[in-house]
Structure formats: C-alpha cells, structure tokens
Design a binder for this molecule. Structure first.
Ligand code: SF4
Length: 601
C-alpha cells in the first residue's frame, strides 16, 4: 500500500564513520505516527535513559512526520528527539523552515545519529548520496556564517547547524535551520555539539512525496485552507502581528510576568507589542514550507534582513528583563540565532541573574563590567553573547541555565523553571490550566506541550474561566494528547487554532492510508505522552518533579488585573493523574496495557 512514509531511515555513527540505510518498520511508525512519537519510541528503544546526555551513548534522532513534505498546510516540520542535557529527561524540539521537507524529499524519514566524532564533521545528504565530511572550516562560526559558507558550496541545499552555543555545550543551545528557524528548547544543540557535528546539509532533486489518497488529501486541503483563512487567529492575528499579537492580550489579563516573575503586568508592554513591531520595525513576513499563515517576522539590522522576535522572546527580554525596547530585543534575538541559543531560556536565565544581582547575591566583581540590572539594554545583549561564546566565569555558569545558576548562589527558588527548563511567557497564577501543563510537561517548563492559552485566553475552541481549576485536568490532558499527534504528523501547532482533531485525522488517513477515528488518533497521542513519561521515569524523574516554582504557589500576584491570584496546582494535579490513569506521576501497568505499551510495564 502506498503511504507518505519514505520507509527509510538513515543511521550515522560518528565514532566509526559508518553510514547505514535501514528500512522503517511501518507497523511501529503507524503506532507512533512519526516525528515526535516515532522519534521518542526509537530513543527509548535504543538508549539507556540514564546515560549522560552529553556522552557518546546519547543519540540524536531527527525525524520528519508522515505529512512533512505533503500538500498539507504547514506540513514541513521536523523534530529533534534526544535526552536533554538541561532537564535530564526526554527532549523533543521542533522547527519549520524548509529543512524538514528537504530531508523528506531526499528519501529519508529521519536520521539516527550516534557515537561521537573526534574532529568536527558535517553531513551532506543529496537524495541517496550521503557523506560525512570535515567541518574544520566552519567550526567556531556563527549560524549565519556557517549557512552562507555551506550554501556557497551547495546552492540549492538547506542547512541545519549549531552555532558556538552548541559547540561550547551550553545547556540552552539550539539547532538552527534555514538561518533563523530554531529547534530551540532543552539544549538539543549541545547534544549535537557533544558529537562534534556542526551541520547537516540536505538537498534533493524532488519536491513532492507520494501519498495514499491524493484526491482525499486535496479535498482536506481545500477545507483546511478555508478554515485557516477564516479563523481570527490564523487568518488575521498571526499573519498581521505574528505571535507578538499576544503581548497586549496577555498583559491585559495581568498574566505577563515582569522582572523574573516578580510582577505580572506592565504599563510599558505596548512598546514591545506586535502592533508596535509591525508598525515600526517589520520589513516583511515569513512563511515556513507550505504555510498559509506566515507568522514569521523579518526585521532589519545594519541594512540586512534578519529574523524578528517571537512573542516569547519579546516577553523574555522585554517584560522579564525589563527592557521595553524592540531594537534591543531584535539585537539580542539576532545573537540567540547567531550563537544557536534558545531565545526563551537564555533571557530567562539573564532575568534570574538580574534578580540575584539586585538582591546582592551576585557581585559587581562577578559581573565583570556589565551589571545585571533589570532594564539594562547593554546587559541583555552582552550577557547573551557571553553565554553563547562561553566568556567569563559567570557567562559559563549562566550557559548551564537558570536552575544551576541559582543553585550556585544558594537560591534555587529564584529560577523560574520546571524540571530545570525555564518557563515561558504566561503567569500560571493568572491562568490556572497553563500552570498544570507546565508542571506535567514531559520536557519541562513549556507552553507548547498543551497550549491551554487557547481555551483560557483565546476562546479556542471555547472560552474557559482562566482563574478557576474546574475541568482543567481533562482539558490539559486532551490538549497534551492532541499536541503529541500534531507534533508527530510534521505539522505546525498553530494550525490547531483553526483545525480540529477530525481535520488531523482526515489528513493522516489520506496521507498514510490508516483508518484512524478521532478517538483512535487521540489514543495515539496519549500513547506517545505515556511513552515519554516512561522515558523520564527511567531517566530518574521523581514525582516531585511535576511541580511549579514556589513563587507561583506561595506568593500571590502583586499587581495588575490578576492581583491576589496564586496557582492552585495542588487541586489540579491529583485530578490530572486520575484522568491519565497515573499513580505518583507515572502510568500504572493497566494504563500502559490499555495503550498498547505492555512492553514498557
Ligand atoms: S504558522 Fe508560523 S511557525 Fe507555523 S509554519 Fe507558519 S510561519 Fe512557521
């Protein structure tokens, strides 16, 4: 039967320089869909979850999904699955741009990278020709320099690479593709750096893939495009203002953390809003592969176009570090991309450093000429560079993330992180469900494992009262399971504002020939979520790791419309475990059996 899988995996061993092409087990692929689900299954099968994430025993699994490269809106994404050096748990970071589709067109569903090279290397894939090549000439270069150098050699190719952040093993290092698209979170770039792998260049003579039922896929495409165009978020908000459309919306709810979450509302938010960004600084918008939404921003720096900031980055450098100035944030964001750094975790670590400094815990001496003061434009740019280049003792310490930084100074509670990963831009005291999602996210502090902002703020698919805990457990579970499906298909999560589970079911069936119902598809998402949780348990996760920072549980919001609120995680968490069939934060034997994961019991 024809499917949209290539049915081929590439295995690269960097210790032995061995290149192998292996058949994809189609039954397993369908059971876990692809991308995030299949990548997680492969990782759990192939590594001991207790390994040192930066050792040669860890693997980097780069996977596409079954609709990556197909005629599906936003169907161009790939994921990187590995054991995270930041959290010590499973990492899955995904990215758009063109690289994922190119890999799919080259004839592979994914790449399993194992071992470690003694010298810097890059991979070159051109359809079925695969080479491991010397990367001495690009080692040490920034991500754009690397991209330009390799594109001169391979003009039609798409380049994925790490910057100095990954080379220097910053635990917040990202993998960058197509100049400024990032698989940003959980330190996946450090794992690539630990293997001495600088880049993966992909080219293909093809620009389409076969699918099981082209007519059905075309029909679904027409339906989906209409929904995406007509929806207020995907048809107007994101195309016009990018994700930064959220700055004013979240600030007006009083859930916009400021100064390392010491406040939750800012009168200066308008200065860094999507409206201001569009009006004063936007050069043009950017669309990833086959994306009709185009949330990407392009701004200008020194006469050249560069990628503009997302909502999270505007918040993290803006509200959270107190720098309400878009040109400065553009500059800091530029350095995150150039150095290959996560543009959420890095500014949040700087914000934690600022709180430590202002409380007298970090000295001027430690700061070596650049005091970590809230509101300092120089500090946010220069400390980003110090982190990425591994400069100064404090810069090297900050490169390990906020939790390790704050522990070093004896105040771990100042790190606003879950499972050692920095929290994103929504105050969990003012929006209860997103806090439950943060606490239970398998990859640590993260909004895009179960984006409860959709129902709690944006009224998609319906409006929930953000201040109460009622039904948040079941909603969070459904959002997490559906997100696991979307991430596994190779499609952008932002489509979910306009599309529903039935749309995804129809796309997947048309592409692969599966006969999923909405229920069986959500069960598959649940299977993936549980498999990730088993990985974490074997990696050493403890029940108490499903937690929020003390500040969100004990200290009420001090200003703005949500003043007085605290997170009621203690009410939601037992309800959530019950909904999931988990005891003490982990799946029971019965739950694993029900989900077809008996081999993990
Ligand atoms: S919505 Fe934005 S992030 Fe998603 S695929 Fe489109 S441009 Fe890329």
């Amino acid at each position: 039967m024809k499917t949209s899988y290539n049915e081929k995996l590439l295995r690269i061993n960097l210790t032995t320089n061995e290149i192998k092409v292996e058949p994809l087990n189609l039954e397993i692929a369908k059971k876990f869909i692809g991308a995030r689900g299949l990548g997680s299954k492969i990782l759990l099968d192939e590594i001991d979850p207790s390994v040192d994430p930066l050792s040669s025993e860890n693997k980097l699994v780069i996977m596409t999904g079954p609709v990556t490269g197909a005629s599906v809106p936003t169907g161009g994404r790939y994921v990187v699955v590995t054991k995270s050096p930041l959290t010590g748990m499973i990492a899955c970071s995904n990215s758009g741009g063109e690289w994922g589709a190119k890999l799919k067109y080259s004839g592979f569903d994914g790449i399993i990278i194992e071992g470690k090279s003694n010298t810097p290397k890059y991979l070159y894939i051109n359809d079925d020709k695969v080479e491991i090549l010397n990367a001495h000439h690009v080692w040490g270069k920034t991500s754009t320099e690397t991209d330009i150098f390799l594109k001169e050699k391979y003009p039609q190719a798409s380049v994925l690479n790490i910057g100095p952040g990954g080379e220097n093993l910053s635990l917040m290092a990202a993998i960058i593709n197509d100049t400024d698209r990032a698989a940003g979170r959980s330190g996946v770039g450090a794992v690539m750096g630990s293997k001495n792998l600088k880049a993966i260049v992909v080219n293909s003579s093809k620009n389409s893939i076969p699918v099981n039922n082209p007519d059905a896929l075309r029909k679904e495409l027409v339906i989906a495009m209409k929904k995406i165009k007509e929806d207020g978020v995907t048809g107007t908000g994101l195309p016009t203002y990018g994700t930064a459309v959220l700055v004013n919306i979240i600030n007006e709810t009083g859930s916009f953390p400021t100064n390392n979450w010491q406040g939750s509302y800012s009168q200066n938010a308008e200065n860094i809003s999507g409206e201001t960004l569009t009006e004063k600084y936007l050069k043009r918008t950017y669309n990833c592969h086959r994306c009709p939404i185009g949330c990407g921003r392009v701004v200008e720096r020194e006469g050249k176009e560069i990628g503009g900031p997302e909502y999270e980055t505007l918040w993290a450098y803006g509200g959270n570090c107190g720098v309400y100035d878009i040109p400065t944030i553009n500059e800091a964001n530029f350095w995150c991309n150039e150095l290959g750094l996560d543009a959420i975790s890095v500014p949040c670590t700087i914000a934690a450093g600022m709180e430590l400094y202002e409380k007298g815990l970090i000295s001027d001496n430690d700061c070596e000429g650049i005091p970590l003061k809230f509101g300092s434009k120089i500090a946010v740019v220069e400390w980003t560079k110090r982190i990425g280049f591994g400069e100064t003792s404090l810069g090297k310490l900050m490169a390990l993330g906020s939790q390790r930084l704050c522990e070093h100074y004896g105040h771990p509670e100042i790190s606003m992180s879950v499972k050692k990963q920095e929290l994103p831009a929504y105050d969990a005291r003012g929006i209860q469900g997103i806090g439950l999602n943060y606490a239970t996210s398998n990859r640590g502090g993260c909004h895009v494992r179960g984006y409860m902002i959709s129902p709690e703020i944006l009224a998609h698919p319906e409006l929930l009262d953000r201040t109460v805990t009622d039904n948040k457990a079941s909603w969070t579970k459904i959002f997490q399971d559906l997100t696991a499906v979307i991430d596994s298909m190779g499609i952008c999560l932002f489509t979910s504002f306009a599309l529903n589970a039935e749309d995804y079911t129809n796309f997947l069936n048309a592409a692969t020939g599966t006969e999923h119902t909405v229920t069986s598809l959500l069960d598959t998402g649940e299977r993936i979520y549980n498999l990730e949780r088993v990985f974490n348990k074997r990696a050493g996760m403890k029940p108490e790791d499903d937690q929020l920072p003390k500040r969100l549980l004990k200290e009420a919001i001090v200003n703005g419309p949500s003043k007085g609120l605290k997170s009621k995680l203690d009410i939601m968490l037992p309800e959530y475990y019950k909904a999931r069939g988990w005891e003490n934060a982990f799946p029971t034997k019965e739950t694993l059996q029900k989900l077809g994961l008996e081999d993990l019991c």
